[in-house]
Structure formats: C-alpha cells, structure tokens
Design a protein around this ligand. Structure first.
Ligand code: ATP
Length: 328
C-alpha cells in the first residue's frame, strides 16, 4: 500500500466498552496480515507517556474477541493535556519507532489524538468505542449494542419483581448528554415512560401518564431515566416527586451503573469491531490521517476526526413517538 508505515501503536482510551478487545484483535491481525509491526500501548495516553508498550503478534490476541473490558487497559490522562506530557509521549513513540497510531475510544480521546497529530505530525486514526453512541460520523459505536442488550435484560428482571408487587420502578441508565441508551433500551423493554437529556417532556406529563397507566389497569410500571434527564431531576428526586403527587404508587429506584459497561460483547459489536479494525489499519496504510472509521448504512466510511470531536448526535424522534403510541 501507499505509505512507509512499518510499525503502528494501538491503544484504548477513555471509558471502556465491550468490543474493544475485538477491535484490538482486528487491528493486530490486520497489521500482521499486511506485514506491519504492532505495539500495544497500555493505559491509553498515560501509558504512552510512560512508554508502557508491548509487542503484539497475531497470536497475542487469541481468545479475546469474546471478552469485555480491554486487555490494554484504559485511562484518563491529565498529563497528556499538557504540552510537556505530549512531548514525553512523542519521545517514547520515536524511541519505540512507532510511525502511526490507532486510537480506540470516545470523542475526548480523538480530541487528544488531533492535538497530538497537529503538534507532531504523526498519522492517527480513530475507532469509535463507547457505549453512549454519541459520535458523529458513524451510525453505531463499538459497545453500544451490547450495552443496550445488557440494559434490556436488567429491565426485564426488574419488571418481574415490579409486577409481582404492583410497583413503579424508576431505572436510571447511562447517558449524561445523550439518551440513545435510554430511548432504545426503553422501547426494547416496553417501558411506560422514557426520560432523555434531549427533550423535556415535563413532570406533569409524567404524572398524567402514570395515572393513566394505573387507571387502564396496568399493575406495574417502568420509567427509564437517562442520567442527564432534561427535567433536571435525578432519579431519586423523581421518585420523591411522584410519591408526593400519586399516593397510590409505591416507587422503587434502580440505578444500573457500571454493569452497563461490562459483559461479553454482542455478535453485532464483535463484527463491527472486526470490520473497523481492518478498515483502520488499511486506511492508515493507504495514507489516510486524522480520520475516524465509521459505519453508515452498513458501509465502512471515513470522516474527519474533527467532525467526531465537534459533532453532536440527534435523538430519534420517530422512536420517541413509537414509545408514546405503544404505552397507551
Ligand atoms: P468516553 O466517551 O467514554 O468518556 P472519551 O474518549 O471521550 O471516552 P475522555 O476522558 O474525554 O474520554 O478523554 C480521554 C483522554 O483523552 C483524556 O483523559 C485525555 O488524556 C485525552 N484528551 C481529551 N481531550 C484532550 C485535549 N483537548 N487535549 C489533549 N488530550 C486530551
């Protein structure tokens, strides 16, 4: 292919997501296939600064496609946000003769990569790995599908106990700025109401909807709440508000928390990660730089890293309407 890249470094950075290992595996094996050396960089930018590298061969990544988390570990690095930290990182890459970087992470990690590329002119390519699905330039990020399945499974279990005791449950799911997990898992689990950061549906509407549920004979209700719900209330405040206004309800709260990041990746995430890893390595070898690999309409595409960093994704209004209709 068209460049003189001989050795690449791959790392995972920011929040971990299921499927990151499948992406590492794909990058390492695609490099081996194209006879390029590959170094794993441990703990993201933090390990880059410290020179925490390990040579990875096609056999180093046996039996990891099915594993959650990341074998390379992840970190958030304060030092990399400073010019001195990035200079140290660059010196370590030069010492290890790394010619190009594959970043598996979220928009913050891509931002760091862009700054680094601008300063030192080292080719970088991003693979979107985050459960939030909040990155412009791809329909899906690695880990999102698995997280959705994890949340749906958890809500199914909560519903068993909710219906046995005729209770109302507020279930908090991840999503400070975006409600993709809340909306999709909420519809998938048949939630009565879904509260997302993008839309303020209002507390009155929530009360009306819950009253209607009770009046029409529902014995239990599930309300899915994203961490960053637009009403500005956290899940415990919502519980207090509903209990104060609807005496007939006994309300319980379940915060799903970090379990949403864990577990074996779904088949979809494994396939997506495999495709993205191969595309990332081949794109670097073709001379692409400062871009992110994505999937749009099931085609692998490249888009400027800058878009991924600046972009914002939209909530699916059609799905919000579907949810409204189905909770009649
Ligand atoms: P998630 O979506 O799970 O939060 P992320 O990749 O967005 O993942 P961040 O913590 O925002 O996670 O970023 C990861 C790391 O990238 C930071 O800890 C920091 O080291 C580096 N980074 C982020 N922004 C910058 C920046 N502007 N300049 C230099 N480095 C940065």
């Amino acid at each position: 292919m068209g460049t003189d890249i001989k050795k690449i470094g791959v790392f995972t950075s920011g929040g971990d997501a299921p499927g990151m290992n499948a992406a590492i595996r794909a990058v390492v094996r695609a490099a081996a296939y194209h006879k390029i050396d590959c170094l794993g960089i441990y703990r993201g930018y933090e390990g880059m600064i410290e020179g925490d590298f390990k040579h990875l061969t096609a056999r180093s990544v046996n039996n990891i496609i099915n594993k959650g988390g990341t074998i390379l570990k992840s970190a958030r690095s304060v030092a990399f946000r400073t010019p001195e930290g990035r200079q140290q990182a660059y010196d370590q890459l030069v010492k290890a003769e790394i010619d190009a970087l594959v970043i598996i992470g979220g928009d913050g990690s891509f931002h760091g990569g862009m700054v680094f590329q601008n300063e030192f002119n080292i080719p970088v390519i991003g693979i979107p790995g985050t459960i939030d699905n909040d990155i412009d330039g791809t329909n899906y990020t690695i880990g999102y599908d698995t997280a959705l399945n994890t949340v749906v499974e958890a809500i199914d279990k909560i519903r068993d106990t909710a219906s046995s005791h005729r209770r109302l449950f507020f279930v908090e799911v991840m999503g400070r700025d975006v409600g993709h997990i809340a909306l999709n898992a909420g519809v998938g689990a048949g939630a009565e109401e879904i509260l997302v950061p993008e839309e303020d549906l209002g507390l009155d509407r929530l009360l009306e909807s819950l009253k209607r549920s009770k009046d029409t004979g529902k014995s239990s209700s599930i309300v899915v709440v994203a961490e960053g719900d637009k009403t500005g209330n956290n899940v415990f405040e919502l519980r207090d508000y509903v209990e104060a206004h609807l005496k007939e309800y006994e309300v319980r709260v379940s915060v799903l928390g970090h379990m949403q990041r864990g577990g074996a990746p779904s088949c979809y995430d494994r396939v997506l990660a495999s495709r993205m890893g191969v595309k990332a390595v081949e794109s670097l070898l073709e001379g692409h730089n400062n871009v992110m690999v994505g999937t749009i309409n099931n085609q692998m595409v490249l888009s400027p890293l800058e878009n991924a960093v600046k972009g914002s994704t939209q909530i699916n209004h059609e799905l919000l309407r579907v949810s409204d209709i189905l909770t009649i």
